[in-house]
Design a binder for this molecule. Sequence first.
Ligand code: ADP
Ligand code: MG
Length: 267
Amino acid sequence: MVAVEEASPYERLRNNLATLRLGEMSAMLPTYMDAVADGSRDFTGALLEMTEAEVAAKRRDDFARRVRSARFPYVKTLADFDFGFQPSVPRAKVEELATLRFLERAGNVLLVGSPGVGKTHIAVALGVEAVCARKEVRFVDCARLIGDLTRADRLGTLAKRTRYYAHASLLVIDEVGYLGIDASGAELLFQLVSARYERRSTILTTNVGIAGWADVFGDPVRASAIADRLCHHCTMIRITGRSYRMKDLPADGPGRPGGKEDDDGRR
Ligand code: ADP
Ligand code: MG
């Protein structure tokens, strides 16, 4: 007769912790059992420290999941931003935005400037702040957004897809103006911006000032309809300066507005 092997209380406890998905506590258990046995922790103290570690781990996982679902192209914060390099960035204004009060007012943010000056970085940093505040954030490149909505329109799922973007507490639309937008794309963008107007905040980055949007959207009426809704309750930040990507090149070298052309004749 083979005796039925019973799991020990320790093994059953480890199993229970695994079933409850308390991985951090499970990993710490042996150490804390020793600490209780040698008297360096009492039972309550040990349990408190283990649960605190578990709560911290769950918060980290939740933050990481929210950051993934926001789909940032990279994760950077304002602490990573060198304001000294880019003096045209109004630091106080950016720090005020980082308080997220603009979200309560459904205010928008427009970041305008040439490539590499830090538009996306600031948009991401504000998005990360919003994620920290447990807001739902979506980051999307403008061309991808229009492609996505166009596809949904073709498949008859436009309303559902528009809701996906319209419902986020903060929507970042990156790189408006890098590629031309056709009439149907502009109409889809207009519908989305209208759905969010005065209800939820949008951050938009662009290399083209609003005066040039007629060319981006292929039509002045559509361009002004979109600009009108975005610019009402809007913080505008215009960044003029060198591309950060060129920061290690000499200040009068290529890449600087007005800088010397390089061998290929490019600036
Ligand atoms: P763009 O204005 O074209 O959106 P980005 O914001 O993506 O440019 O900046 C390009 C790269 O340079 C990114 O890696 C970004 O983090 C970095 N960068 C830009 N400006 C700064 C800055 N002032 N301080 C630190 N990093 C910066
Ligand atoms: Mg960018």
